[in-house]
Design a protein around this ligand. Sequence first.
Ligand SMILES: [Zn+2]
Length: 433
Amino acid sequence: MRLRLTFATSLLACITLALTTGAGAQPTYPTSWDTALLRRADVRAALAHVEQGMPSHIQEWIAIAEMPGKSRSESQRAAYVKKAMEAEGLRVSVDSIGNVTGVRSGTGGGPTTVFAAHMDIVHALETNLKVRRAGDSLHGPGIFDNSASVANMLATIRALNAAKIRTKGNLVFVATVQEELGLRGMNFWFEHNPKPDLLISMDGGLGPINYGALGIFWTKYVFTSPGSHTVTSRNKPTPVKALADAVQRIYELRFPALPEGAVINVGQIHGGVIYNGVPQELYFTVDLRSPDPILLDSLDRTIGRIVQDAATKEKVGLRVEVEQKNQAGGTTAQLEPARRHPLVQTAVDIQAQLGIVPLPGAPDAIATGSTDGNVGVVRGVPSIAIGRSYGGNQHTLTEWANAPSALPATKLVLLLAVTFGDGVKTVPQHPIP
Ligand SMILES: [Zn+2]
């Protein structure tokens, strides 16, 4: 409701401005979405195929979610996806890290559009992955993030084929590995393949289209000391005091909050093995995130200085291990050119067409993202992340997803494939708020 009011207000503002300036030429976000597509017989057939296929689509989704999928152990899921893609006649390859790539060749002269869905989950191999159905809800670890997208991807490929849709450009479907370890599979894919024209990451709940990249730095700070028996430990250097001092000072840092600022989380503190001794090794980890590359780097350096300072003061050793450094795409202002690429508004328009509404008050597109799409954003490839269904509690054992919402999510993938399969048109229609 609030969204409608805001839209009505801004529409009114636009009309008022147009009337007062006498100019009809408002700045617009270009879109490639053309409703004429919905009158094409093959497109209608593909959409109907998706719709009619929902019962088996949901079964396949559950089957994928019940396969082991911990990062680096995605092989069963990968083998399943490979077989399914081959059955649909795609040119399939598996790279050395485990990404499965299926190419649906175009007739020529169109852009290469990559659709990426990560197969891995965060849950340990021994986790019970059995999915429980309760009405429209599916419950199980990894059911939402990201088994839903893998199933949506396969359903899209089958619908394109069933309706014999031809595109000019190649549609490249990539089931990635190790996304949860810091987008490793997608980074690897970009290092070993020609740069695509467009990247659409299928990951996240249905809602705003993500066109940015939240920079993510993971660092482990390890304090070391020779150790000592408790009895002889008085006034001896101890990694415990250095760690406590460093963590305390990190949490005292002041900086703007997300979405434009940053967030810091100390997710792990480990070390020591006995009651009666000074630990020889102790570490904590930092998960630092920001969409702003300058703030991200400056906070990273500040944390590094704080930790070094704490180690020096306490006279203990320090070892720094960088787990991932995924760079930031930029703030909303810095990413304005990316917002103007038709990829973003097209996805927004198709979502509106399909009745996918962001939560009240939420924008229809946001300049951030924490998916495989980030890898394209920081390399200057027009990239977005789109939702797979509604759901929640991801990365927990109480994860759930709303099954019927995979239908509009899959139609969104299909319509993006058909639209951009024929090229990036620009049909300006949307006043910039
Ligand atoms: Zn995910």
